[in-house]
Design a protein around this ligand. Structure first.
Ligand code: ASP
Length: 454
């Protein structure tokens, strides 16, 4: 009998607390299973799939959600010029926050000089362990492919030649956004009566997909347990992690400072409480941390920002999907710190003022070009290093230096990326007079079952 109040209490607990409990249990389970020889195999067979199913479900609804919500957002605008002004404002704000992030990264890496704390022994050990690893080689060749394209290639890449093909690939988010904007704007240009059936269809699809987010999030606590157990079991070289503590500490400090910048923006510009903002957005942050993917987190970010913060769909439907693809403040900050750290260790003569300026520019472009998936930031780091003339033969050693701590830092920078998108969407909404009151919808609002409604 005693169990009933406990279940009742757990049901009433706020979502972010349930997720935090899942994360803590996941870490504990991970360390416990590491004590058994068959632990990692057990995790691979029985625990990892749960997290993967969850991430797949989130990705499954990303494209329908972007399409439905962007069309609803644009067709509610009634006026094309509003879209233009919002678009320009959004891009400019994203670029500004990214430049702030890179500058913070450069400032603290130059002040704390984490590269000076790395011993020759550590360099040797890291080189032996990782420099020839296939993952590092793959990242270098991926960067090579990206680099070989011309300066306007990114515009060509943004335009799909087949709408359905674009929608069938989550990595083509910008193509999907491009097509949807064309569709939405064209709907504004035909008589309202003719556009109505299509608009009604997408309005309805939008509500249904948002409800799916609520349903999927019911599994979030179990899923993060699985995701974190998997991360712990796969990261087992504690000694190396310690050797890189100073570098990792500098990245973490930078990321914390960036969060402070967002909180100041929220408080000063939108006049909302920063603590309230953090509380509302926290489930999306915790998911970003657990999945290391802004793209997978996007549906949850959209739901939180619209329903729990009160940003109008006209704003969030454009600002958030675009942000998930091009605004990566955490990633760009990390790229600046990592590039300078690698230079401090392997190529101190390259550390001039001009190179630091080049880092600002390339890290900005690189974070725009980074895919919103785990580990993408490291691929673009290669391009940043290349731009400053970092010796090619030392590249694998450079990446080997930071590889061991990349996953935990990826988790943290993704959290900052998602927080940045949410913060900018509030700022843009405020400037457009579209920041209203939250309208929270629960998954069972219309589900008439005594059992779950009591
Ligand atoms: N994982 C990051 C994201 O999805 C990108 C990166 O920094 O690797 O936002």
């Amino acid at each position: 009998m005693k169990i009933t109040p406990f279940i009742h209490y757990m049901r009433k607990l706020a979502l972010h607390w349930k997720i935090v409990i899942g994360m803590v249990l996941g870490v504990l389970l991970g360390f416990t299973l590491l004590q058994f020889e068959s632990g990692p195999q057990f995790v691979k067979n029985w625990i990892e799939p749960i997290g993967r199913v969850f991430v797949r479900m989130l990705k499954l609804i990303a494209v329908p959600l972007i399409v439905a919500s962007l069309i609803k957002g644009i067709s509610d605008l009634k006026d094309i010029s509003k879209f233009k002004s919002m678009g320009v404002k959004t891009i400019v704000t994203y670029v500004l926050t990214t430049v702030v992030a890179i500058s913070i990264g450069l400032a603290i890496v130059n002040v704390f000089k984490p590269g000076e704390g790395v011993s020759q022994d550590t360099i040797y050990h890291l080189k032996e362990t990782y420099a020839s690893s296939s993952v590092i080689q793959k990242k270098i060749s991926e960067a090579e492919n990206q680099k070989n394209s011309g300066p306007l290639q990114f515009i060509v890449d943004m335009v799909p030649d087949n709408a359905f093909k674009a929608m069938s690939n989550n990595r083509m988010m910008l193509q999907v956004i491009f097509f949807t904007i064309c569709l939405g704007l064209s709907m504004l240009l035909i008589p309202e009566k003719e556009a109505k059936p299509l608009k009604d269809f997408f309005d309805s699809l939008n509500s249904v997909v948002l409800k799916m987010v609520d349903l999927i999030m019911l599994f979030a606590p179990i899923a993060v347990l699985s995701l974190l157990t998997t991360v712990i079991v796969n990261t087992n070289d504690g000694g190396i992690l310690l050797a890189l503590l100073r570098y990792a500490g500098v990245v973490v400090l930078g990321l914390i400072l960036m969060i402070v910048v967002y909180l100041i923006l929220v408080s000063v510009y939108t006049k909302k409480s920063p603590i309230w903002f953090l509380k509302q957005i926290s489930p999306a942050q915790l998911l970003a941390f657990s999945t290391s993917s802004s793209a997978a987190t996007l549906p949850v970010t959209m739901e939180r920002v619209e329903e729990h913060i009160g940003v109008d769909k006209e704003v969030s439907s454009f600002v958030l999907p675009v942000g998930a693809t091009i605004n990566m403040d955490g990633t760009s900050l990390y790229q600046a710190v990592a590039a300078v750290f690698i230079m401090q260790v392997l190529w101190p003569e390259g550390l001039g003022f001009t190179n630091q300026l080049i880092i600002i520019l390339t890290a900005l472009l690189a974070s725009i070009g980074s895919a919103a998936v785990p580990g993408a930031g490291m691929v673009m780091l290669v391009i940043v290093l290349d731009a400053i003339g970092f010796p090619k033969e030392m590249l694998p050693i450079g990446l080997a230096l930071i590889f061991a701590v990349d996953r935990p830092l990826d988790m943290l920078r993704t959290t900052v990326n998602v927080t940045g998108d949410a913060c900018v969407s509030m700022v843009i909404a405020k400037s457009e007079g579209k920041l209203g009151e939250p309208k929270v919808k629960n998954w069972d609002d219309h589900y008439k079952n005594e059992d779950v409604n009591q």
